[in-house]
Design a protein around this ligand. Structure first.
Ligand SMILES: [Zn+2]
Ligand SMILES: [Zn+2]
Ligand SMILES: [Zn+2]
Length: 363
C-alpha cells in the first residue's frame, strides 16, 4: 500500500523540481475575476492518440424531417423558405418574449426578487446544406455568416429596450444541440447577463488602473510567449487561455482593439471567417470526429454607453477530454468550490497547434 507521502515524493521525482507549473496551482482569470485549479501531475502523460471509429458526420445534404432545411415546414406551420446562403428567423420556441409583463408583486419579500426580462431569440441557419459544419464550410460562406451576425447585432442592438445581444452556437448532441443542421442562435435581453456583466466590470477597472485595454495587453503577451498560441491570421489570435477551464477551451481575440462587430472593417470580417474555419478544423482533427462545443461572442453591450474598454472576443467551450466519447464533467469540488483541470493549457495548445490544417474528412 502506498502512503500519500510516498505517492507524493514519487510524483515529485517524476515531475522534476524545475517546473513549478507542473505542480498543483491555481490560475487567475482576469476577465471573470475568478480562479481555476490546475492539477497537471494527474494526467500530463504522453499522448495516446486515440481516434474515434465513426466521424460523426452526416452525408445527408437535405433531410425532409429537418425544420431548418430549405422548403420544410416548422412547428406552428411556419415554412422555412428555399434559402440559398443564410436564413434568420425568430425561434418558434423562444426562451424570451418581446413583451413580458412586470412580475413584481405588491409587497414581495426582498429575498424573493424577480424582474421582467424582455428579449428575442433568433435562429441563424449558416448554410442550406444539412451535412455541413463551420469546419467544412468554405471561408467565403462563413464570411456571409459573419455579415449576418453583424446585421443582427446592429438591428437588435438598436432596439432601446434591449441592452445585450448574445451570439452563440451549440454544436453536437453532447452540448444539447437538438438539430445537426449548421445553425446558431442570437438571444437579446433587456438586462446585461452575468457573464458579460462581470467582463464589463473587469475590463473597465483594468483600463482605469492600467490606462490600457485588458485584452489588447493579453493578446500582445500571448503573441510574445507563444506557448498557448494555436494559430493566427492578420487580424485574429487563437489561444488556449492561461485560465482555461475546459480541456481544449479556446479564446479568439482581435489583434486590434475592436469593441464589437460594428467596429469591424472588411479585413476583420474576413479574418473572423478565416480563424473560425482554422480552429473548428483543428478541433475536428483532434479526435477525428465532429467536435462538439459551445461557441459565443462577447462584445460591447448595446445600452447606449460607449464601452471603450470592451474588447471583442470569441469563447469556445468544448466538453471533450481524451477521445470522441470521453467528456469532462463539472461536478464535485468544481460545483462546490472552483473548476479544476488536469492537462495544462500549454499542453492542450501544443496538441491543437501540431494538428494538420486540412480537415481529416478530405484526406
Ligand atoms: Zn437540415
Ligand atoms: Zn483592446
Ligand atoms: Zn468573454
Amino acid at each position: 500500500m502506498t502512503s500519500y507521502t510516498q505517492a507524493y515524493s514519487r510524483s515529485t521525482l517524476e515531475i522534476g523540481l524545475a517546473e513549478p507549473l507542473q505542480f498543483p496551482h491555481r490560475r487567475y482569470n482576469p476577465l471573470r475575476r475568478s480562479w481555476v485549479l490546475v492539477s497537471p501531475h494527474r494526467t500530463d502523460r504522453p499522448w495516446q492518440g486515440e481516434v474515434n471509429k465513426s466521424s460523426g458526420f452526416s452525408d445527408v445534404h437535405y433531410d425532409p424531417q429537418c425544420y431548418l432545411c430549405p422548403g420544410n415546414t416548422r412547428a406552428g406551420g411556419h415554412v422555412t423558405p428555399k434559402y440559398e446562403s443564410v436564413y434568420v428567423f425568430d425561434n418558434d420556441y423562444a426562451a424570451l418574449l418581446p413583451d413580458s409583463p412586470d412580475p413584481q408583486r405588491g409587497h414581495a419579500p426582498e429575498l424573493l426578487r424577480a424582474e421582467r426580462e424582455r428579449g428575442r431569440c433568433r435562429v441563424l441557419c449558416f448554410h442550406p446544406d444539412h451535412s455541413l459544419t463551420l469546419a467544412r464550410m468554405d471561408v467565403a460562406d462563413i464570411r456571409r455568416v459573419v455579415d449576418a451576425w453583424t446585421e443582427e447585432y446592429r438591428t437588435l442592438g438598436a432596439v432601446p429596450e434591449f441592452r445585450y445581444v448574445q451570439i452563440f452556437e451549440n454544436r453536437g448532441a453532447m452540448m444539447g444541440a437538438s438539430n445537426p443542421h449548421p445553425h446558431g442562435q442570437i438571444w437579446t435581453t433587456e438586462h446585461i447577463p452575468d457573464e458579460p456583466r462581470a467582463e464589463t466590470e473587469a475590463q473597465v477597472e483594468y483600463r482605469k488602473s492600467h490606462g490600457t485595454c485588458l485584452l489588447c495587453d493579453y493578446a500582445a503577451l500571448e503573441a510574445r510567449e507563444t506557448a498557448r498560441v494555436i494559430c493566427e491570421n492578420e487580424r485574429f489570435l487563437a489561444v488556449v487561455p492561461w485560465w482555461a477551464v475546459w480541456p481544449f477551451e479556446m479564446l479568439l481575440v482581435t489583434k486590434q482593439h475592436r469593441r464589437s462587430l460594428l467596429d469591424f472593417d472588411d479585413a476583420d470580417r474576413n479574418g473572423l471567417a478565416d480563424i473560425l474555419k482554422q480552429v473548428t478544423t483543428r478541433y475536428d482533427n483532434l479526435f477525428e470526429t465532429s467536435f462538439p462545443y459551445t461557441m459565443g461572442f462577447h462584445q460591447a453591450p448595446c445600452d447606449g454607453e460607449p464601452h471603450d474598454a470592451w474588447h471583442f472576443h470569441v469563447h469556445f467551450y468544448p466538453p471533450l477530454l481524451r477521445s470522441a466519447t470521453v467528456r469532462k464533467f463539472m461536478v464535485g469540488f468544481e460545483m462546490l468550490g472552483m473548476p479544476q483541470r488536469d492537462i495544462t493549457p500549454e499542453s492542450a495548445a501544443e496538441r491543437l497547434r501540431q494538428l494538420p490544417t486540412q480537415h481529416f474528412a478530405l484526406r
